[in-house]
Design a protein around this ligand. Structure first.
Ligand SMILES: [Zn+2]
Length: 287
């Protein structure tokens, strides 16, 4: 089923004409039906021209490698790899078109084209006796402070864990706790290089389960955590409407790209299949 969606050119706020799909000559279900007026920009070119990136900063490059797929979106990409704080997030969020909907009992907000595509996907799912709903009230738009809270919920217990295991001194723990979340990012990633991991199970990088403060795709209002993420048909429907998995191992998390799947490689994304799931992640050669 073809959807109708708004297309927003990057760096502009005025939605352009709608693109109506043609449904008379129905495509096989396996084909993607996402259509866009302005295809996303190649990742490398995008990062080169429009985004404030310091390529000498290993933290920013790591963030891009993990979350950078969002920059090719046909909606409005974030202006930076790492938002500096609540003020920058608020200012930027207020500059883009936002849509609010109540879905499955939760009120969520997304960029307008992302919401349009989500509602189309949901309609298709419901027609197939499935559903697509948010995992909770914070499943879509988040603020900077939300990302700090999630970050701290991982960092704090991990610091205690590694002090107990005598891999960190209590002085070092106190010093790390005294840093701002932004200052903690490089320190945590540096410790993880030595096997001192900050994920919930202390066995992998913290970035597998939470975004570093200021880096979440939820800040860009282009991500949603979906309750039915285990359902392969739901995932297929979402991808047909431009919603892809772009963060490996964050399984409920979907990103709005708004671009047909076959166009993604030319934009600098690489397909990775893991556990029966398809992820579209930045091709390292493009970063
Ligand atoms: Zn998420």
């Amino acid at each position: 089923m073809f959807g109708t969606r708004f297309v927003q050119s990057r760096w502009e706020q005025n939605p352009k004409m709608e693109v109506a799909g043609e449904s008379s000559n129905a495509a096989p279900p396996s084909e993607t039906v996402v259509e866009e007026q302005s295809p996303g920009q190649n990742l490398a070119a995008m990062l080169e021209s429009n985004i404030a990136i310091d390529r000498n900063d290993p933290v920013q490059m790591r963030i891009l490698a993990d979350y950078g797929a969002v920059f090719v979106t046909a909606a409005v990409p974030p202006p930076t790899a790492v938002f500096s704080g609540e003020d920058q997030v608020r200012l930027w969020q207020s500059s883009v078109d936002i849509a609010r909907e109540s879905i499955g009992g939760f009120s969520i907000e997304l960029q307008a084209p992302a919401m349009t595509a989500l509602l189309s996907a949901r309609a298709e799912a419901r027609a197939a006796r499935l559903d697509i709903t948010p995992r909770g009230g914070d499943a879509a738009r988040r603020g900077y402070d939300d990302t700090v809270r999630l970050w701290t919920s991982r960092v704090d217990p991990a610091l205690d864990h590694w002090v107990t295991r005598k891999r960190l001194s209590s002085d070092e723990r106190a010093r790390l706790r005294g840093l701002t979340p932004r200052e903690q990012i490089p320190e945590v990633l540096e410790l993880e290089k030595r096997g001192i991991y900050f994920s919930t199970g202390f066995d992998k990088s913290i970035l597998y389960s939470v975004a570093a403060p200021g880096t979440s795709q939820h800040l860009s209002m282009l991500a949603i955590d979906v309750a039915q993420f285990e359902n392969a048909e739901v995932r297929r429907i979402l991808s047909r409407h431009g919603w892809y998995q772009t963060v490996v191992s964050d399984l409920p998390h979907f990103t709005y790209l708004g671009i047909a799947e076959e166009k993604l490689p030319a934009l600098g994304l690489k397909k990775v299949t893991s556990g029966g799931r398809v992820f579209w992640i930045p091709d390292p050669a493009q970063l």
